[in-house]
Ligand binder design. Sequence first.
Ligand SMILES: *Cc1c(COP(=O)(O)O)cnc(C)c1O
Length: 464
Amino acid sequence: MWDIEEFERAAHTTVAALAAYVDESQHGLPPVTAQRPPAELARRLGIRRWIREGGMTDEDYRRFLDVYLAEGTRLHHPSYLGHQSAAPDFPAALADFVHGATNNPMAIYEMGASAATVELEILRWMLDKVGFGSAGGGVLTHGGSLANLTAMLAARARAVPEAWTDGVPGDLALLAPPSAHYSVTRAAAILGLGERAIIPLPVDRLGRIEVARLPEALEHARRAGRRPFVLVASACSTGTGLYDDLRPIGEFCAEHGIWFHVDGAHGASALLSDAHRHLLDGIETADSVIWDAHKMMRVSSLATAVLVRREADLDRAFQQEASYLFYGERSFDLIGRTVECTKAQLGLKIFLNLAWRGERGMGEYVAARYATAHRLWELARERPGFTCPYEPQSNIVCFRYGSREVDQAALRKRLMDDGTFYLTSTEVDGVRHLRATVIAPATDDKAIEALLDAIAEVGTRIAA
Ligand SMILES: *Cc1c(COP(=O)(O)O)cnc(C)c1O
C-alpha cells in the first residue's frame, strides 16, 4: 500500500523541482541541452546502485531529480528549436500525473468511464474542427506513427475488405510524396504491402505535391497494373513545414475513388487559428486525418487523433473476433479501433489544456509560434550569409549559412555541444539545411536574433 504521507512529501518535492526547472528553462538561464555520454551519466545518477539496493528517500529523490532534470533537454527554453515536441503546458502535466496515479486504461469504457467520456468528447470536438461533424468517427492513439498505420488500415479495409483474413493482393499501391513522414513508408511495410507499393507522387522542388501532374501519375500506375487505393498528403510536411494544397487533391481523389489521407500530425492544429485555418482548406474532403496533440497543442508525448469522415470506416479497420470484449449493441469501447489494447488516458491531457486556455487560447498559441517563425525567416533573409529557400507557412523554417562548402551539420553540432541552441537539420531540394521549429512559448524575437548571431559567428569560424 502507499504510505500516503511519503507520497505527499515526494509529490511536493516533484512539484518544487519542476517549478524551478520550468522557471529557469523558460528564462533561458541554463544550457538548453546537455549531452553527456550514458556511462558517465548512469554513474552520476547512481542508477545501478538504486536498482540493486532500492531505499530511495525523499532527500535522495530530491538530489536525483536535480541531476536528472539538469542533464536533459529543456523544451521550455527560448533556445529550444529542435524536434516537433511540445513544451508542455502545466494542465497537461497534471493530467499525466493523474493518469500515473489512477491508471484507468479506458480502451474499454467500464475500465474508466470518466477517461473514456473525456476522450469521446475530445474526439467530437476535433471531428468538428476538421469538418467531419457527427458522421465522423475517431480514436486517440499513442502517437502519429500508429495513427498513420491505423488510417492506412482503414483505407485498406475499404479497398480490400478481405485483406484482414486472406492477406494482401500484390497490386495494391499507395500514392505519397517522397517528403511524406517515414511512418507512412513503415505503415506500408507493416501492412504487408511492402515499401515497393509506394508510388512517389510528382512534387515541386520544395517537396509539395504537384496537383496538375496527379492524373499522369495515376494513369502511369494503372497502366503498370497497380491499384492505387490511398493517397497521402501532408499538412504540413515534417521537413519543410509546408502544406500540400488539400482541396484540389481531395477533388482528384474523390473523382478517382481513391482514399484521401491527410497527415496533419504537425499542422492540423492551425485549424485553431483564425489567421492560419486557410492552410487546411479542403481538409473536410479527406477520408482520414491524423492530428498530434503533442506537437502544437502543448501536450506531453503522446496523444494523437485518428479521424475518419465515415465512422464505420474505422470500425472496419480491425476486423477480428474478441467476443469477451466486443459484445452488445452500441458500444462505447474504443478498443476495436486501435492497435493498442491497454491505453493511457490520452484525452485528459488534451482536455485539461483546453479547459485552462480554451480553444481560443490554444489558437493564439499556434498563431504566435507561426508568426515568430515567420519573423525568423524575415530576419535571416535580411542578413548577409543566410539563404532561405522558401517563405515558411508554419513554425518550421529551413535555412543555410555560408557557401555550399560550409558543413551545416557541423554547424548544428557546434551549437548543440555548447548547449546554446537546439536545432535540427534536413535536406531541402537535395541540399542540407538547418531547420528550426519555433515551439516554446518563450522563444521571442530576442532569442531569434541571438540564434542568427550565434550561427553567423560559428559559421564564419567553420568556414575559416
Ligand atoms: C511527427 C510526425 C509524424 C509522426 O508522429 P509521432 O507522434 O512522432 O509518431 C507523422 N507525420 C508527420 C507529418 C509528422 O510531423
